[in-house]
Design a protein around this ligand. Sequence first.
Ligand code: SF4
Ligand code: SF4
Length: 130
Amino acid sequence: MDRRCGPCHTCCVLPPIEETSKLAGVKCEHARQNRVNGCCNIYRKRPDACDSFNCVWLTSPEMPDEFRPDRSGIMLSVSIESKGKLHIWEDFNSMEESPILEWLKENGVTKHYELVRVMKRKTDDDVPGT
Ligand code: SF4
Ligand code: SF4
């Protein structure tokens, strides 16, 4: 299955980006309001961290469509540095209330990855690092 981000731009909001000094939970200043022509105003010159990032949903076609981060309010990520850890970024939803947790257990993901909550954001006022 060829997955695409579609209108999602959760990874341009939740993670911090060192190269542009973007704080966690703050929408990137380069993110477009209107995503019809793509999501990023500096796409060709975007930081390496953006260029190389794929959330777990994007690379896991077996995950249900409704788990796309902008739909589910949960973004999952792994990286070489994370060494067996599945990072959980909670936006408008929390992991306990989400069917994603059950799905991760049922599909054996929790046997191979330690779940690590790195961020929980419920409202625009609840922004870590500000
Ligand atoms: S969070 Fe995932 S699906 Fe959403 S824009 Fe980023 S990579 Fe694409
Ligand atoms: S630089 Fe572009 S790709 Fe990176 S977070 Fe900002 S809008 Fe998203």
